[in-house]
Design a protein around this ligand. Structure first.
Ligand code: MG
Ligand code: MG
Length: 260
């Protein structure tokens, strides 16, 4: 796995990324408040896109080309990944059902700076296994953020996620990884959700990362829908995804994809 070269950002550039992240967090808050049974993922997509454009941003996922030239570019401002969908679900006419979980992933470009964040939400009342999956995945992201300190290593982040998730008896998706972020959505280095403490690139102040644990109840295997985008668990088990854009600073980790 390419750990890659980190491109540290200046304090000014980190502020610009935080401004992008505030627009993104606002958009995610808007759609979170809308999630309920009967709402379609297409409606959530429209709300997010309007919010981003109304706040001067560009929805960065819209029109992203697929790796496979036979697959159309991504058609949404958000990825909406329901139940066994891990990531990259295409928003559309499907209505959310009571008891579903939905992963909402979104990206913004503001003044040329990218931000990227995801959260997985309960639709109405969800079962205890689903609830625990969400709690563990959210906690794994929190642990990963705490590990994002100057002088540490990329491997510390993955190791923190791996320990928490595997101790909870859940499964890490290895097919997809977090990433550096800045002027482009995906920069070096890759940020796997598994690893060895002290492994990989050194985290220097100014490192900006999109950290994004993806966790399954069952198999770690991934299958794709015919749309070429939607990635699902190969055993139909539930999957959760949480993501923040984070800056490593001399004052500690700073989450950039929050409203305040
Ligand atoms: Mg994302
Ligand atoms: Mg990402």
């Amino acid at each position: 796995m390419n750990s890659g070269t980190i491109k540290p950002k200046t304090a000014e550039q980190i502020e610009a990324m935080a401004a992008s992240g505030r627009v993104l967090a606002g958009a995610l808050n808007e759609i979170e408040a809308t999630v309920k049974p009967g709402v379609t993922t297409g409606e959530l997509n429209e709300i997010a896109e309007s919010y981003i454009r109304d706040h001067g941003g560009i929805p960065s996922f819209l029109g992203v080309p697929a790796a496979d030239p036979g697959v159309k570019p991504f058609p949404g401002a958000i990825c909406a990944s329901v139940n066994d969908a891990i990531v990259h679900g295409i928003p559309g006419s499907a209505e959310l059902q009571e008891g579903d979980i939905i992963g909402l992933d979104c990206g913004v470009i503001l003044d040329g700076w990218h931000s990227d964040s995801a959260r997985t939400l309960a639709v109405g009342e969800i079962g205890p296994d689903a609830s625990r999956l969400l709690d563990v995945t959210r906690a794994a992201l929190d642990e990963a953020i705490c590990a994002s300190v100057a002088g540490g290593h990329i491997g510390d982040i993955g190791a923190a996620v791996q320990k928490l998730v595997e101790d909870a008896g859940l499964t890490i998706v290895r097919r997809f990884v977090g990433h550096g972020i800045g002027r482009t959505m995906h920069e070096s280095p890759q940020v796997p959700n598994f690893g060895r403490p002290g492994g990989g690139s050194v985290l220097v102040a100014g490192t900006t990362l999109a950290i994004e644990p993806m966790v399954n109840i069952g198999s770690a295997g991934v299958v794709f829908d015919n749309d070429g985008w939607t990635a699902r668990t190969d055993d139909g088990s539930l999957s959760a995804h949480f993501e923040h854009t984070v800056a490593v600073t001399d004052a500690g980790p700073r989450v950039l994809t929050e409203v305040a």
